[in-house]
Design a binder for this molecule. Structure first.
Ligand SMILES: [Zn+2]
Ligand SMILES: [Zn+2]
Ligand SMILES: [Zn+2]
Length: 138
């Protein structure tokens, strides 16, 4: 890969081209193919120019803080939020989940208790009304 570097010093502008070796790293994360494409300049600093791990796959936006990985389907999503969360933690077993894999039951009228697939089954047997979250509009 050739990167054009633009340096501005004083009044003169200087564009120089540097050759930087590319590295592609592929790995499997909970059944999903993930990759990083990095430009490596031989030091500890490298530049990621393409990957599929830094965006939330529920809303498509960049992860602001640490994202979470769904234990059911491997989707990467934003962490838990108070409203319209994209990621959840199962109330019973603590598994991290994406919005699409989360079921919930309602406690005290409006508290939504997130559940993973297995815990949802158990809760349904216990007579709880278990629902699914609606997908978020992108
Ligand atoms: Zn999101
Ligand atoms: Zn999921
Ligand atoms: Zn669970």
């Amino acid at each position: 890969m050739i990167i054009s570097q633009l340096s501005i010093s004083g009044c003169s502008t200087n564009i120089s081209q540097v050759y930087i070796p590319e590295n592609e790293i592929y790995f499997d994360l909970k059944g999903k193919k993930r990759f990083f494409k990095i430009a490596d300049n031989g030091t500890m600093n490298f530049y990621t120019y393409e990957d599929n791990v830094s965006n939330c796959e529920i809303c498509g936006r960049l992860l602001d803080k640490m994202g979470i990985i769904c234990n059911e389907c491997g989707t990467i999503s934003h962490n838990k939020k108070v409203f319209f969360s994209h990621g959840f933690y199962c109330k019973n077993c603590g598994k991290s989940l994406c919005r699409l894999c989360t079921s919930y039951y309602t406690k005290f009228l409006f508290f939504k208790m997130p559940l993973c697939k297995d815990c949802a089954k158990i809760s349904m047997k216990d007579g709880k009304v278990v629902k699914k979250f609606k997908p978020i509009r992108k």
